[in-house]
Design a protein around this ligand. Structure first.
Ligand code: AOF
Ligand code: ZN
Length: 374
């Protein structure tokens, strides 16, 4: 990409760092960062999108730049919007400020924008370019991109297992397989997701809170103060109406949703939303569940469930990404497994994955992979 200079790369990298500041708060909107640089290469404005319904990244950066935006270059991690959403078009704001050049990392996959932002800037005589650090920018907004392109959220399945692949002892005990640092990492993932999804089997067995403990995230005090801290939606799939009133995850006032096949009339559930999903083969239609969650504007679903749900999602080809925390422990061959799937009779039937990241977190490994469905 020789159309971009080293300064361009440096400024886009900064814009991506700024965008990340919104990663706990912008949902259902994407994370976006913007840097405005004058003719002398001086940064005159920086901004990022904080929360849906509030100004976009460009508006914050333009505000900081004031008249210095005239003739400057704006670096944005996402194409400036051209539509009236909850806020007016950023393309108009950039034109009005007299910006000379706009560099976007990627085109906005939102069909309401989809190239029209750059076209509008071009039509106003502003030089535009896109594709700089596109991979990094896409990584920030995988959920938003997938929802815009397919109507479904990005689905990450998280599992924690011993070296011999056990997620619990035969008697159900699983506290704790992985260490405190890995569990803190899980909290960070939960906080960045739009919903935390589990199944009634796991919820009944483990009674998890399915929430974010912000004090466990390792965020500094200032960041905690600055943020509009939200709790992701808790979603429990309950195909057989097994949920009971004593479960912790349904007792808080945080938003929660039960997806079942039949309305559960227990008075306890009065404050919990319910959606009745269609059934296929005597089971909840998982594809319909994720279509529904996409319609609720959820970009990224973080799944913490047992082998049955993980297996069902795998077989339905609904997992985008797997994150496995693996502890250096051996739990023997009688414990619970990672994925409950139909028995395979030929190696060709096995599911193939491709590693996307691997690192050590405290004593444990964190393995990330995408599933290669053909
Ligand atoms: C930008 N800069 O910082 C963001 C953009 O309802 P609104 O007005 O907030 O519009 C939301 C849409 O705008 C969102 O779906 C995405 O297409 C775009 N987000 N665009 O130029 C930003 N957050
Ligand atoms: Zn905008």
């Amino acid at each position: 990409m020789d159309q971009f200079s080293p300064l361009d790369s440096q400024m886009m990298a900064l814009a991506i760092q700024l965008a990340k500041r919104g990663q706990y708060t912008t949902s259902p909107n994407p994370n976006v960062g913007c840097v405005i640089v004058d003719k002398n290469g001086q940064i005159v404005g920086q901004g990022w999108h904080h929360q849906a319904g509030t100004p976009h990244a460009e508006v914050h950066a333009l505000q900081q730049a004031g008249t210095l935006a005239k003739g400057a270059t704006a670096y944005v991690t996402l194409e400036p919007c051209s539509h009236f959403g909850r806020t007016p078009p950023c393309a108009d704001a950039l034109i009005k400020a007299g910006v000379a050049r706009v560099v976007a990392a990627m085109v906005d996959p939102n069909p309401l924008v989809a190239g029209q932002g750059l076209a509008k800037l071009n039509a106003a005589g502003i030089s535009t370019a896109h594709g700089l650090q596109q991979v990094q920018a896409e990584q920030l907004n995988r959920g938003f991109i997938k929802r815009m392109q397919t109507g479904r959220p990005w689905v990450t399945v998280k599992l924690a297992a011993s070296l011999d692949g056990k997620t619990a002892l035969a008697n159900g005990q699983s506290k704790w397989i992985t260490g405190a640092l890995a569990r803190q990492d899980v909290q960070r993932h939960r906080a960045r997701s739009c919903a935390i999804l589990s199944g009634s089997g796991t919820v009944l067995a483990d009674n998890p809170l399915l929430n974010v403990r912000y004090n466990e995230l390792g965020l500094d005090e200032q960041t905690l103060l600055e943020k509009e801290l939200r709790q992701p939606l808790k979603v429990v799939l309950d195909g057989r109406n097994q949920l009971t009133p004593d479960l912790q995850c349904l007792q808080s006032t945080d938003p929660s949703l039960i997806i079942n096949s039949e309305f559960n009339p227990l008075p306890f559930f009065a404050n919990v939303n319910q959606w009745q999903a269609p059934y296929v083969d005597n089971k909840l239609d998982l594809a319909a569940v994720f279509d529904y969650l996409g319609k609720q504007q959820l970009n990224h679903i973080w799944v913490e469930a047992g082998a049955k749900m993980a297996g069902a999602l795998l077989q339905s080809k609904l997992i985008d990404e797997l994150i496995l925390y693996q502890a250096p422990k051996l739990m023997g061959n009688t414990g619970q497994d990672l994925f409950a799937i139909e028995p395979l009779t030929d190696m060709q039937q096995s599911y193939n994955l491709s590693w996307t990241d691997m690192r050590q977190i405290g004593p444990d490994l964190k393995l990330s992979a995408k599933v290669l469905y053909d």
